[in-house]
Design a protein around this ligand. Structure first.
Ligand SMILES: [Zn+2]
Length: 410
């Protein structure tokens, strides 16, 4: 079997689902199983300083093989947990060789079909080897494709000493899917000048812009009085919650926005007469518009306080920021990735992420960190798939970035 396919399968068949309800790191004990296996493998292929810390963060080094000591130290990062949104137990991948562009039956009994009629991205992979699920789990290409690519690229560089490169650092993290992948990442110990997460989707993706993100919780307290005698006395928290939501711009919601357009997204409400709560998230690529959005929450509160009296409490919390702010000053790191792709005849697809990545947090922790494609599609569900050729392309991109970074520093 193809050794890269073999490696990928050896990772996805280990269940590493993370759990947002757990406070520990890693959030699930089972993530240790793959983490420990990866440590052994990194040692086997010949990397140096292979270490795993008490939170299961893995780091390793490929030492420079160049006489030039000025080459910047670069890093590659991926996460080994999979999404809590869908089962990662007993992943049993199917391999479709020489894909013919037709429907792929994932599960005959349950009539689960991966069809290009609905997922038209599939058609660009005609003739390639597609790895899918059996329809009962996710695949875990997010982000075990990324892990496969980084390990395989390091192995390739070790076996091809004629390719000159500087010091390369690699980092594998738990719990990215629950937003904590970067939390306990020791940027100083990692010691890279910049890094790339291998965690994007289709071939060519290169991302260095993401949302600025905040969450808001609006708590409204009311006053319950018998409805028959309520005139001028009752304060209905549900009605005030309704008023609050009606004052948010109705077209600035996820289902009506795209590209760099920001939004308010109410994702939870609960209420009775005495108490109502609205939970929402605020997203915008533009820092100023982001601040204005947060301000609007206070403005609405003040307006309603004027009408109903002091009954609303708001809590707005920043979650993460647009990495563009940290990457633009070192834009050459995006250029290098772009050049690497172009030299391999891969068309770079540079677009803003409508979400966040570990790289956005890492960028603000001092490690500028754009995101590169890992090759998979339809993450976090049973229709997830990855073409083997996309994994191979990502491996070449990593190798090329290492090579170009060395060449450019001469
Ligand atoms: Zn991911």
């Amino acid at each position: 079997m193809n050794p890269i396919l073999n490696r990928f399968l050896s990772y996805v068949t280990v269940d590493t689902q993370s759990d947002p309800h757990s406070a520990s790191t890693p959030s699930t004990e089972k993530q240790w199983i793959l983490a420990n296996k990866l440590v052994e493998e990194l040692k086997e292929i010949g990397l140096s300083d292979v270490e795993i810390d008490e939170n299961a963060y893995i780091m390793a080094t490929l030492p420079s093989n160049s006489p030039n000591s000025n080459i910047p130290v670069i890093g590659f990062i991926a996460h080994f947990d999979t999404s809590p949104d869908f089962s990662g137990t007993n992943v049993s991948p199917q391999i479709i060789e020489n894909y013919d562009g037709k429907d792929i039956v994932l599960n005959k009994e349950q009539h689960i079909i991966l069809s290009p009629d609905y997922f038209d991205d599939l058609l660009q992979y005609k003739g390639q080897t597609i790895i899918t699920t059996d329809g009962t789990t996710l695949l875990g290409a997010d982000d075990k494709a990324g892990i496969t690519e980084i390990v395989s690229a390091m192995e390739y560089l070790i076996n091809h000493p004629e390719i000159q490169h500087g010091t390369i650092k690699i980092g594998f993290t738990p719990d990215e899917e629950i937003g904590r992948g970067a939390h306990k990442f020791d940027v100083e110990k990692f010691g890279a000048d910049w890094a790339y997460t291998m965690d994007g989707s289709q071939v060519g993706e290169l991302e260095y812009e993401n949302f600025n993100a905040a969450s808001a919780k609006i708590s409204i307290s009311g006053k319950s009085v018998h409805p028959g005698y309520a005139k001028g006395k009752m304060i209905n928290a549900i009605s005030i919650a309704n008023e609050f939501m009606s004052l948010l711009p109705e077209d600035e919601v996820p289902q009506k926005t795209t590209g760099r357009e920001g939004f308010f997204h109410v994702h939870h409400i609960s209420g009775e007469i005495e108490k109502a709560t609205i939970e929402l998230i605020i997203r915008d690529h533009d820092k100023e518009l982001f601040e204005e959005r947060k301000k609007l929450i206070s403005t609405i509160k003040n307006q309603l306080t004027f009408t109903h009296g002091e009954c609303i409490n708001i809590e707005v919390k920043d979650q993460y920021f647009n990495m563009k702010e940290k990457v633009t000053p070192v834009y050459h790191i995006v250029e290098t990735a772009k050049e690497a792709m172009e030299s391999l005849n891969i068309t770079p697809i540079i677009k803003p992420i409508r979400g966040g990545t570990d790289g956005s947090q890492l960028s603000f922790m001092g490690l500028p960190c754009p995101n590169i494609f890992a090759g998979g599609h339809n993450f976090h569900g049973k229709y997830e798939y990855v073409p083997l050729e996309s994994i191979e392309s990502a491996i070449q991109v990593i190798v090329k970035i290492c090579e170009l970074t060395a060449k450019k520093s001469k």
